[in-house]
Unconditional design. Structure first.
Length: 655
């Protein structure tokens, strides 16, 4: 077997992995099997930096370390970071593809194509597994038997569409479980406002309600022609009967539907479901534009920027993108059009498995479909230009802000990495500390850290801040010593990269605490604090016990305000999470027969403690994993003698 190039051997072979073990590349490459499977590339700290699948593991993995001159720049950089690799055998290439995508989602490797996680994009969900379905926006997609539409990139448009739907169709919005034949309740205010048909009171049958849901599904699928014709016929019939009030209502519904779909002005020649994926590259990055055509109409588009992939071949970019994109979307269309032919058969088979029917992957050479693809590519280019302009604008404003700070603080160099710290608690309960990082003109969320206060009791922000700063920088020093001892890559440490400037969310007191920690650890890192106005907004800074105003330094004030908002948001979110867990533990964990899995199922079904409390035994019994005896136990817990006497929920603190 050909030896590794010297550049690779120096960075990979002989690296200490665990204890005295050394990863022998020559040997490990020689024993790779010819089977299909997934391989995981790791750096010197054991972190997974790339996940790939292969029909033949031996050929694929060896190709990374041979003939590197044919690799893209991004691949060469990735390979130079590889200190070891692992592999997982599968029975088929299809299994390898599915496992690859699952591992990419789990580990988010640095050198894989990573799209923004689908939980950040909104779906429209129709709870078709309920007798009287609800329609609402969610950012979580699950295979639970319900109907999902999306994901959508324009959240505002999604909410506007949903508002229009609710004006046309008076469907329920409450979370209460409603049975066609069950307990009846008095209708709520929405019924009296004409916003709901009150299925809870039995004022509409399951079939009548289902007709509305079917119309909503057709509308979201873009199949509005039948709905519009039906409404027009009903409107004309009502007018002929001189029922002008009903006719006017039907007219308003028709206008609302036309308003919802009026933006869909691009038509194709056939009534098909199609996606057009266009690429545009600049010197470094790739812009991807997806046109979603449903029933011959352009129903939406999505764009993604893939940073650092410009040197990759178009087919590789498209295959990696499609695996990531269609693994999260709720819908795979009949046809997918790209500029280059996709030759990987297993990808097409996987798409067909996702869709449940055949999928056409094609590169059109002429005609209307090529025109649509060209239009998608033009939009990809425009998106890239807008992205670069935005980046340039943000870069210029941030450079001005950092220059102002460096001048004000008399720093020798512009601060490259800023770390901000905050403490959050309510009356000393669940005290937490958080660290946010601002680096290279943007928030670096992968470096955010959360600290649960361990040594401080009560609401003592100063001692809490001392604890988290000591833990953060002591951990960093320990990592640096380990990196130096093992001659590892300094960039791999989670705490080993120190900031150029530390920002305290508090004033002089917190700054002095931070300076004491720096002195104790032998560090020389500048520390500044934020001075707030009466509205708790940043109006100045504290540095070297001197207050500096920011009235004439707009960009610096804006940047520090953004950092203040972010560290406060991160701290409050973490504190709320711990508080909610504690509350949930206090109430649900004390119910007989209710373990961890049943608690999760209850919260997923009802959404809140109050909803569980208001549920009947029959409703509780419909929760997965809840039998009749457990349902009675839950109901009895919330409706026992103590609650009847006090009229309130059991007090978690007193229990």
């Amino acid at each position: 077997m050909e030896k590794l190039p010297p550049s690779l051997r120096s960075s990979c072979a002989g690296t200490q992995i665990t204890g005295d073990e050394v990863f022998d590349f020559d040997y490990q490459l020689s024993i790779l099997p010819d089977n299909p499977g997934v391989y995981l590339m790791k750096n010197e700290l054991g972190e997974i930096i790339y996940v790939g699948k292969a029909k033949n593991l031996k050929k694929r993995v060896k190709s990374y370390f041979l003939n590197s001159k044919n690799h893209s720049e991004k691949t060469r950089v990735m390979v130079s970071k590889v200190a070891e690799f692992e592999y997982i055998l599968t029975d088929s290439e299809m299994e390898a593809l599915i496992l690859e995508m699952n591992l990419i989602k789990k580990y988010s490797p640095r050198y894989n194509v990573l799209l923004k996680d689908d939980k950040h994009f909104p779906f429209i969900k129709i709870t078709t597994n309920e007798d009287f379905p609800r329609v609402y926006v969610t950012r979580t997609f699950a295979k639970d038997g319900n109907r999902y539409f999306g994901p959508y990139t324009d959240a505002t448009a999604v909410h506007e569409t949903l508002d229009t739907i609710k004006k046309i169709y008076p469907i329920r919005t409450c979370k209460r479980i409603i049975l066609e034949f069950g307990e009846r309740t008095k209708p709520c205010l929405n019924y009296h406002l004409g916003l709901c048909k009150a299925p809870c009171a039995g004022y509409i049958s399951k079939d009548e309600y289902g007709f509305m849901i079917e119309d909503i599904i057709r509308l979201l699928e873009g199949k509005d022609v039948k709905i519009k014709k039906s409404l027009k016929d009903e409107m004309m019939e009502a007018a002929e009967k001189l029922d002008f009030e009903r006719a006017a209502g039907l007219r308003d519904k028709l206008l609302s539907i036309e308003k919802t779909v009026q933006k869909q002005k691009i038509f194709t020649g056939r009534i098909d479901d199609e996606d057009y994926i266009g690429l545009f590259k600049d010197e470094e990055d790739v812009s991807v534009q997806v046109f979603n055509v449903r029933d011959g109409k352009l129903m939406g588009r999505e764009h993604h920027i893939l940073k650092g992939f410009a040197k990759e071949e178009d087919e590789i970019i498209l295959m990696d993108f499609m695996k990531s994109y269609y693994s999260g979307t709720a819908f795979v269309p009949k046809s997918i059009y790209t500029r280059v032919e996709i030759t990987e058969e297993v990808l097409q088979k996987w798409l067909e498995m996702r869709r449940g029917k055949g999928v056409l992957l094609h590169a059109p050479k002429r005609g209307e479909k090529l025109n649509m693809l060209t239009l998608a590519e033009s939009n990809a280019r425009a998106t890239m230009e807008q992205f670069k302009e935005k980046i340039l604008s943000e870069y210029e404003s941030n450079m001005e802000a950092l220059t102002d700070l460096a001048t004000l603080l008399e720093l020798e160099d512009l601060p490259h990495r800023l770390e901000a710290y905050d403490i959050s608690n309510i009356q000393g309960v669940d005290s937490v500390g958080t660290m946010v990082v601002y680096e290279d003109h943007k928030f670096k969320k992968s470096d955010y850290r959360r600290f649960k206060i361990k040594t401080v009791k009560g609401a003592n922000d100063y001692d809490s801040m001392r604890e988290i700063l000591t833990r953060r920088f002591q951990r960093g020093l320990n990592e640096i010593r380990e990196i130096q001892a093992q001659k590892l890559d300094h960039q791999g440490g989670k705490f080993s990269i120190f900031p150029d400037l530390v920002i305290m969310d508090g004033g002089k007191g917190q700054v002095n605490i931070a300076l004491e920690v720096m002195q104790e650890l032998g560090l020389e890192i500048p520390v500044m604090g934020l001075v707030k106005d009466d509205a708790h907004r940043t109006r100045g800074i504290i540095y070297n016990n001197v207050e500096y105003g920011l009235r004439d330094r707009k960009e610096a004030r804006n940047l520090l305000t953004r950092i203040q908002d972010e560290v406060h948001r991160f701290a409050v979110t973490y504190h709320r999470t711990l508080r909610d867990k504690r509350t949930l533990h206090s109430i649900l964990e004390d119910i007989p027969r209710v373990g961890e899995r049943r608690r999760k199922n209850l919260m997923m079904k009802f959404g809140s403690i109050e909803a569980i409390r208001g549920a009947s035994v029959e409703e509780l019994k419909k929760t997965p994993g809840i039998d009749l005896e457990t349902a009675k136990s839950i109901h009895s817990y919330f409706h026992g003698r103590k609650e009847k006497e006090t009229g309130s929920l059991p007090n978690p603190q007193s229990e």
